[in-house]
Ligand binder design. Structure first.
Ligand code: NDP
Length: 285
């Protein structure tokens, strides 16, 4: 990864590497370990944390809220997501209020529509814009939007104020490279990669066993998991949010963000897990 930050279309700077938090906060017995993992990340310089009202019904947000106590809020970049069925005039303001309360903060850096639902995009955009005006969120974006969804979004009033699209992207799932990633790049919208580690290889078993991945890991003296992360961060328009409940892994992920893959190493990974040459609909979990 060359640049540590990316400039969003509204002028804000966003870190390219953050911490995901799906499943964190769901098991009280892991509270201390998970809090320590998040704090180790922040101490080491990771400022971006991704969560959602959905994760553990707010318990992930609450864990983060406890973990960030004592840190300078203005240094952090907090992202949360609203359920599609809450992303309209009737519910979004209450949803955000609860998210802010859980996180023990008075604003979000970025608020995402978690996936597309039944509420018209115009209405969601209007609400997001109102929240920006009120200072409750600094920017907004979407998640799980394919190319056609993005085009539709950009056709509604202020739809082009969307600053990121968070989608599934890892070495074994590269469908986005065919048309979504180029479209996003053209419109100055970074892709925020979720499941960048393919959920520790669970989403695709052969990744970590691959000789290409192992060889690149050996050259850099890193683990195959770190290679997966370095791969998604190779492209400059990409942000990644690996999740770990363990401090040791969080720090490894930070190190992986500093790895520079050579053109040859990238080509080796690319050949082992080629991107599709035709449109493939967006992968989701
Ligand atoms: P990831 O691809 O980040 O994989 C997480 C798994 O990898 C965990 O089992 C973790 O275990 C393990 N792991 C992390 N770092 C290391 C390491 N250095 N070495 C070995 N194992 C490691 O999966 P997620 O599904 O969590 O995706 C990342 C984030 O993206 C989510 O947490 C969430 O914030 C977001 N997301 C968004 C979605 C959306 O719809 N918008 C959907 C899915 C995810 P351990 O804890 O033991 O380290």
């Amino acid at each position: 990864m060359n640049k540590k930050e990316i400039k969003l279309s509204n002028g804000m700077e966003m870190p390219r590497l953050g911490m995901g938090t799906w499943f964190l906060g769901e098991n009280r017995s892991k509270d201390a370990e998970e809090t320590a993992a998040l704090r180790a990340g922040i101490d080491a310089g990771i400022r971006l944390i991704d969560t959602a009202e959905m994760y553990g019904d707010g318990r992930s947000e609450q864990l983060i809220g406890r973990a960030i106590q004592g840190y300078d809020r203005s240094r952090l970049f907090l992202v949360s997501k609203v359920y599609p069925h809450n992303a309209g005039r009737r519910k979004i303001f209450k949803s955000l209020q609860q998210t802010l309360k859980n996180l023990q903060t008075d604003y979000l850096d970025l608020y995402l529509l978690h996936w597309r639902g039944g509420i018209p995009l115009e209405e969601t955009v209007e609400c997001m814009e109102q929240l920006v005006k009120e200072g409750k969120i600094r920017s907004w974006g979407v998640s799980n939007f394919d190319t056609d969804d993005m085009k539709e979004l950009f056709s509604v009033p202020n739809g082009n104020h969307c600053v990121v699209n968070q989608v599934l992207y890892h070495l074994g799932s590269r469908g986005v490279e065919f048309d979504l990633l180029p479209w996003l790049k053209e419109h100055n919208v970074p892709l925020m990669a979720y499941c960048p580690l393919a959920q520790a290889g669970d989403l695709q078993k052969d990744l970590l066993q691959s000789s290409a991945v192992k060889e690149v890991a050996r050259i850099h003296g890193i683990t195959p998991m770190q290679v997966l992360l370095a791969f998604v961060l190779y492209k400059e328009n990409v942000i990644a949010i690996p999740r770990s409940g363990k401090a040791e892994h969080v720090l490894q992920n930070l190190e992986a963000g500093k790895v520079h893959l050579t053109v040859e190493e990238y080509a080796r990974l690319d050949a082992a897990f080629p991107a599709p040459r035709k449109k493939i609909y967006l992968d989701i979990v």
